[in-house]
Design a protein around this ligand. Structure first.
Ligand SMILES: *[C@@H]1O[C@H](CO)[C@@H](O)[C@H](O)[C@H]1NC(C)=O
Ligand SMILES: *[C@@H]1O[C@H](CO)[C@@H](O)[C@H](O)[C@H]1NC(C)=O
Ligand SMILES: *[C@@H]1O[C@H](CO)[C@@H](O)[C@H](O)[C@H]1NC(C)=O
Ligand SMILES: *[C@@H]1O[C@H](CO)[C@@H](O)[C@H](O)[C@H]1NC(C)=O
Ligand SMILES: *[C@@H]1O[C@H](CO)[C@@H](O)[C@H](O)[C@H]1NC(C)=O
Length: 358
């Protein structure tokens, strides 16, 4: 158990993959945000439907941490002009895209996609992981967190993210759960001006969610989070992130998940319902969800009929260049962390390649 914890706190890793055809390094990216957030943190639509008097400005400088991975010179794939921005979900960190244990090395989507020639930048969302965590959780809302990610996407296009990170022509965003909602928020606000050529929104559907199981992080783990504003939340019981059938995932993965869980804010939970609003986004969009997702699919028939689900979801993306829904048979909410992860990984790579072909 001690080893588990130690491997979690190690700040970064340099090389992944058996052939070392891929190099990863930690980056810290300074951003400045200047946005309006709802005064009421529990606003369902993250301020998008609020009157001006119900909004307040947040002007702030933050550091966003992440891991940048790229294929090496000797890789046949080197030289592609595409980078993926990977955005984790609620109470996770960028390590969702690269779980830090030997046993789980092949659960790393960052590594999997890098072996196939795709660079990635996995970010810690504002308030999570090693990124800035504002003292007041009410500053961590979709407008602030999304502005940080969009700014980084723009910097990737000009090659100004961090030393050693080159310029990329095409940016594809891949989100998981609340990370998908974060990309969705940016798509609503920036519409045709979005820096993203395409979005792969995993484990996120336009539905009403119940957040009654979220508790203040300081109550979940006083040792780690005792000093945090109570508006920072955690999720103590994590089995809901996996399929109901326990033979579909490693018990050690669930354990790792519990040990390495992180925090999110009230605003990033409740404000997720902005995903019920229409976007004017004009790039490519795909939604990928597991048929055994206990948060979105199990206990209802929503994910049984892909055509009906697609019709429901596409209605909110009327200007998208393309739109697709993929239901991954057997996968749970955390598509990347169970024994079926290879299926979703291949889907993500296929979509990124389609989106960057234009
Ligand atoms: C904040 O919004 C929630 C949900 O919309 C509402 O129930 C609550 O009364 C609001 N709080 C304040 C102080 O306006
Ligand atoms: C915005 O203001 C209008 C007019 O003052 C009011 O009718 C409406 O309910 C307000 N909307 C919200 C979301 O507060
Ligand atoms: C960002 O990190 C740099 C280097 O550690 C530090 O000097 C700076 O104060 C940080 N900025 C913020 C807003 O935390
Ligand atoms: C957090 O910020 C909000 C909005 O400025 C303010 O109303 C609230 O009192 C602050 N909370 C704390 C604990 O400072
Ligand atoms: C990881 O390796 C195991 C054992 O070879 C295999 O069963 C599993 O499908 C692999 N998972 C991924 C995501 O590649």
């Amino acid at each position: 158990m001690l080893l588990l914890l130690l491997s979690f706190v190690a700040p970064g890793y340099i090389v992944t993959g058996a052939g070392a055809s891929c190099a990863c390094s930690p980056v810290t990216i300074p951003v400045h945000v200047d946005v309006l957030v709802p005064k009421n943190q529990t606003d369902l639509f993250a301020g998008l439907k609020s009157n001006a008097s119900d909004l307040r400005p947040v002007k702030a400088a933050y550091n966003i941490s992440g891991t940048f991975c790229e294929p090496q010179q000797d890789s046949p794939h080197k030289g592609k002009d595409v980078v993926q921005i990977l955005v984790h979900g609620f109470s996770y960190t960028s390590e969702y895209w690269s779980p830090p244990m030997q046993e789980f090395r092949n659960y790393s989507y960052a590594d999997f996609s890098c072996q196939r020639g795709l660079a990635s930048l996995a970010l810690d969302v504002l308030g999570a992981g090693l990124s800035s965590r504002p003292i007041n959780s009410s500053d961590v809302q979709y407008p602030t967190a999304s502005a940080a990610v969009s700014q980084i996407a723009r910097c990737l296009k000009t090659g100004s993210v961090a030393p050693g990170v080159p310029r990329f022509k095409t940016i594809v965003g891949i989100g998981h759960s609340a990370g998908s909602a974060l990309l969705n928020y940016g798509a609503i606000v920036e519409a045709a001006h979005s820096p993203f050529a395409g979005l792969v929104l995993t484990s996120a559907l336009s539905v009403i969610l119940d957040f009654s199981s979220l508790v203040s992080a300081r109550d979940v783990d006083p040792l780690r989070w005792g000093a945090l504003d109570p508006g920072y939340l955690a999720i103590g019981v994590r089995t809901g992130f996996y399929a109901p059938d326990p033979s579909t995932f490693s018990p050690r993965m669930l354990q790792l998940d519990e040990f390495t869980q992180n925090v999110g804010s009230v605003g990033l939970a409740v404000g997720i319902h902005h995903t019920l609003l229409e976007t004017g986004y004009t790039g490519h969009v795909a939604k990928v969800v597991g048929s055994q997702d206990q948060i979105l699919c199990v206990g209802n028939s929503r994910c049984n009929d892909v055509a009906a689900l697609t019709a429901h979801e596409v209605a909110l993306w009327p200007l998208a260049q393309s739109f697709e829904v993929v239901v991954q048979e057997g996968s749970g909410h955390d598509l990347n962390l169970d024994f079926l992860a290879l299926g979703p990984f291949n889907t993500f790579v296929r979509l990124v390649e389609e989106f960057s072909r234009n």
